[in-house]
Design a protein around this ligand. Structure first.
Ligand SMILES: Cc1ncc(COP(=O)(O)O)c(C=O)c1O
Length: 361
C-alpha cells in the first residue's frame, strides 16, 4: 500500500529528545534543560494573573509593547527587533528563509543541536567546523567557507559546552567572511555573562546587513514554558523573516509576561548573582571529587566522567534514581559527559551529595 512519504532529509532526522523525566510528580530536580534556577520574575507571574480575558482574540502580529520594552532595556532600534516562538523558531525560519538546497551552512562541532536540525529541515547541507578544546574556533570556521556557504551559525556562549569566544575573535570572524554570508550569532546565555571579553553581538548586528543576534526569555528570564525569543538584525532581514514566521506565533500570555520580565531588572540581577555564586561553588565541589569539567560562563556545566564503572551513563541513571535529572550528551557525540544546570540552593546541595554518593559506591 502506498503512503505519503516525507522529504528524504526529514526521514533521516531524529526527533529532539529532552530529558524531562517521566512525570513532574515526586519533586523531580530538573537540572537537564539549562532553565532558570530561581523560577520566573514575580512581576511576570503577576502579569499573567491578569491574563484571564480575551482568550478568543488573536495576539498582535507584532507586539509594539514588548518590542519597545526590549528596545528600552538594551538601547536597541525597535525596527530591527523580531519576536519569535522561542529562539528555536527564529533559528528554523532563518534556515528556511536563506537556505536553498545547494547551499551550505556551517555550525561548530559541539554547537547547539537545533542548528544542524534547522539546516537539514531546510534541505541544505550542514558543514561542521571542529572545536578546539570544546570551544568554537574561528580559523576552523573560516576554513569551511566556500562559494556555497550561506549561513554561519555560532552560539556564543555555546550550549552544551558553556564556552565562548571573545569579542575580538567574533570581530575577526565577521571581518573575514564575505558580506553575502549571514552570521547567526545566538546569544541565548549572554545575560549570565560577566566576562569583559565577551559581547552579545548587538553592535555587530546593528552595524551590518549580514548579522543577526538571537536572544531568549527561556534562560535568565525564566519564561521557557511560554516560548519567547527575539532577534536583532537589519530591517531587510527582519522583513523577510516576518514573511516566513507564523503570523501569530508569539502568544498574548508570552507578551504580557515578557514585558514584565524584561523590566524586572532586580530579578535579572538576582539571578546573575545566584549563578555566579553557585557556579563557583560547583567548580570547587567538582574539583574536590576530581571530576573534570569545562569552565563555563553560562548557567550550566559540562562534566566529564571516567570510562570505568563511574561513567557518565551510570551517573545519569544513578542520579535519575534519586530524582535528579541531568542531560546525557551522547547525542552531541560526548558520551563521557553530562550537562548539569545550576539549580537553586537545595537542588545544588542534593545534586552534589548524590554525585558524591555515586562516586563512593
Ligand atoms: C544556544 C541556544 N540557543 C537557543 C535555544 C533555544 O531557546 P528558546 O527556548 O528561546 O527556543 C537554546 C535552548 O536551550 C540554546 O541553548
Amino acid at each position: 500500500m502506498d503512503f505519503p512519504t516525507t522529504r528524504p532529509n526529514i526521514e533521516k532526522l531524529q526527533n529532539y529528545k529532552p530529558n524531562f523525566g517521566k512525570s513532574k510528580i515526586g519533586n523531580l530536580i530538573r537540572l537537564s534543560a539549562n532553565e532558570s534556577a530561581l523560577g520566573a520574575s514575580l512581576k511576570a507571574i503577576e502579569a499573567l494573573k491578569l491574563f484571564s480575558y480575551d482568550l478568543n482574540r488573536y495576539p498582535p502580529q507584532v507586539s509594539e509593547e514588548l518590542i519597545s520594552a526590549i528596545s528600552k532595556r538594551y538601547s536597541l532600534a525597535k525596527k530591527k527587533i523580531i519576536l519569535g516562538n522561542g529562539s528555536d523558531e527564529l533559528i528554523s525560519i532563518l534556515a528556511q528563509t536563506f537556505l536553498n538546497s545547494e547551499d551550505e551552512a556551517i555550525y561548530t562541532e559541539f554547537g547547539f543541536l537545533q542548528f544542524p536540525q534547522a539546516i537539514s529541515i531546510a534541505g541544505a547541507k550542514g558543514v561542521v567546523a571542529n572545536d578546539v578544546k570544546f570551544t568554537a574556533n574561528v580559523d576552523n570556521i573560516l576554513s569551511k567557507i566556500n562559494k556555497n556557504t550561506k549561513i554561519i551559525f555560532l552560539a556564543n556562549p555555546n550550549n552544551p559546552t558553556g564556552t565562548f569566544i571573545p569579542k575580538k575573535e567574533v570581530m575577526r570572524l565577521h571581518k573575514s567572511i564575505p558580506s553575502n554570508i549571514l552570521l547567526v550569532y545566538d546569544a541565548a546565555y549572554s545575560e549570565y555573562v560577566i566576562d569583559n571579553d565577551y559581547f552579545d553581538g548587538s553592535e555587530l548586528a546593528d552595524a551590518n546587513e549580514n548579522v543577526i543576534m538571537l536572544r531568549t526569555f527561556s534562560k535568565l528570564h525564566g519564561l521557557a514554558s511560554l516560548r519567547l525569543g527575539w532577534g536583532y538584525a537589519s530591517e531587510n532581514i527582519i522583513d523577510n523573516l516576518m514573511k516566513v514566521r507564523g503570523p501569530f506565533s508569539v502568544n498574548t500570555a508570552a507578551i504580557m509576561a515578557g514585558v514584565a520580565a524584561i523590566e524586572d531588572i532586580e530579578f535579572q540581577n538576582k539571578s546573575v548573582q545566584h549563578n555566579i555564586k553557585w557556579m563557583s561553588w560547583f567548580e570547587k565541589e567538582l574539583q574536590s571529587i576530581n571530576l573534570d569539567f569545562q569552565s563555563s560562563i553560562t548557567n550550566f556545566l559540562l562534566i566529564r566522567f571516567p570510562s570505568n564503572r563511574y561513567n557518565a551513563q551510570n551517573a545519569e541513571s544513578f542520579l535519575a534514581s534519586k530524582g535528579i535529572l541531568v542531560r546525557g550528551m551522547k547525542v552531541y557525540g560526548l558520551s563521557n559527559h553530562l550537562r548539569v544546570s545550576i539549580g537553586n540552593e537545595e537542588e545544588n546541595f542534593k545534586f552534589i551529595k548524590e554525585l558524591k554518593a555515586f562516586l563512593a559506591n
